[in-house]
Design a protein around this ligand. Structure first.
Ligand SMILES: *Cc1c(COP(=O)(O)O)cnc(C)c1O
Length: 376
């Protein structure tokens, strides 16, 4: 065992900063003995809606369920196509397939790792029912360009990794989750706004879609025991909502700390002459990137990862197998070589330790260790 370690994220350090507020919130819910939905969840929904500047927010059990509920509300079903990226977390595509529709994959851009707008243009067909772009690693997709190439097509944002991210278009600030008809968030503990368990949310522009999702999350019942359609059981619980209400108040500061850490990595990589082997992630100049992950492209990735692990530094690979090559999606008929950028990213990408509390000294240790690997 190395005498010193650095995890890829350290939730314990973060908990110390908010422990008192969290304990107070937990006590409030425990005293109320109201655990599922209810006033805490409603308050959290209102607070997120107001933070984002949207009309409707619907809490649910996870980010994966948020995606499923969103597509259910749009009546996505057999015969429909939904355009998305193969370089993302599994849930982005499984929700499409689960409803009997076809995920149509489009490759990503090599610098931002986000879905290619030209690719979307080429993938459109009469069957395209929606586009499901992912704001990957905390950076928004080119929302205005997607709208332009696909006028009239419904957009559902997978904003699971991007709460607080912003894109500036013609002097206007557009927040992640506010440009699509629907948008989905995840409160998985390691996300920028994480719960202490599972949680998710759909935000909606129209009241009609919002009302449908409110119903779908409680078995399709508008009134209790009156089932207008077949929904699912996907509720946010009050303890998680109370925790998230506390954590939402700190989100902007934590995101800013992540950004500072990312700039520090950028600088260290350049200063220590690593650019020959390591390419830092690119933040598009129109984007306020919130660095859910700091993902570099690097040579001899697997050996580097092992070298760092032996020193005590944990890194992660997002994502080792792009979705079009997953066994469960073989039936879609995609072949290796079809999405070369996603495929090479899956072999070159490495997420360095990133969390709001990481220290400059720890970051220097990471970069010095990487340097040692390439110069040894
Ligand atoms: C985390 C994540 C999800 C799923 O969220 P869960 O809350 O874990 O179900 C969906 N899409 C992306 C891009 C994610 O990163």
């Amino acid at each position: 065992m190395p005498d010193r370690t650095l995890p890829s994220f350290d939730l314990k350090r973060n908990f110390k900063r908010v422990k008192e507020e969290i304990m107070e919130a937990l006590e409030r819910v425990l005293e109320s003995q109201h655990f599922i939905l209810g006033p805490e969840v409603k308050a959290f929904e209102e607070e997120v809606a107001s933070y984002l500047g949207v009309e409707h927010a619907i809490g649910c059990a996870s980010g994966s369920d948020a995606l499923l509920l969103a597509l259910m509300a749009l009546d996505i079903s057999e015969g429909d196509e939904v355009i998305t990226t193969p370089y993302t977390f599994f849930a982005t595509a499984s929700c499409i397939a689960r409803l009997g529709a076809r995920p149509v994959f489009v490759d990503v851009e090599p610098d931002t790792y986000n879905i290619s707008v030209d690719g979307i243009k080429n993938a459109l067909s009469e069957r395209t029912k929606a586009i499901l772009p992912v704001h990957l690693f905390g950076q928004m997709v080119k929302v205005e360009e997607i709208k332009e190439v696909a006028p009239g097509i419904t957009i559902v944002e997978d904003a699971a990794q991007a709460i607080g991210a912003v894109r500036f278009v013609d002097g206007k600030a557009i927040k992640a989750g506010t440009f699509g008809e629907l948008a989905c968030f995840s409160f998985f503990p390691t996300k920028n706004l994480g719960a202490y368990g599972d949680g998710g949310m759909v935000v909606a522009k129209s009241k009609k879609l919002a009302d449908r999702i409110f119903r779908l999350r409680v078995h399709g019942a508008g009134r209790q025991y009156m089932h207008e359609e077949i929904g699912i059981n996907s509720r946010l619980d009050a303890l998680q909502a109370a925790i998230l209400r506390v954590r939402l108040r700190h989100l902007e500061i934590w995101n800013e700390e992540r950004r500072k850490a990312a700039f520090r990595y950028d600088l260290l990589i350049a200063e220590k002459g690593l650019n020959e082997w390591v390419t830092p992630p690119r933040a598009d100049e129109h984007n306020h990137h919130t660095y859910h992950q700091y993902v570099v492209r690097c040579q001899r990735r697997d050996q580097l990862q092992k070298f760092l692990q032996d020193k005590g530094i944990t890194t992660r690979v997002y994502y080792p197998v792009p979705l079009h090559l997953q066994k469960c999606f073989q039936y879609l008929g995609y072949k290796e070589g079809q999405f070369p950028v996603s495929e090479s990213l899956s072999k070159e990408s490495l997420a360095l330790p990133m969390f709001p509390e990481i220290t400059p000294e720890e970051q220097e240790w990471v970069i010095d260790s990487i340097r040692q690997f390439y110069l040894k």
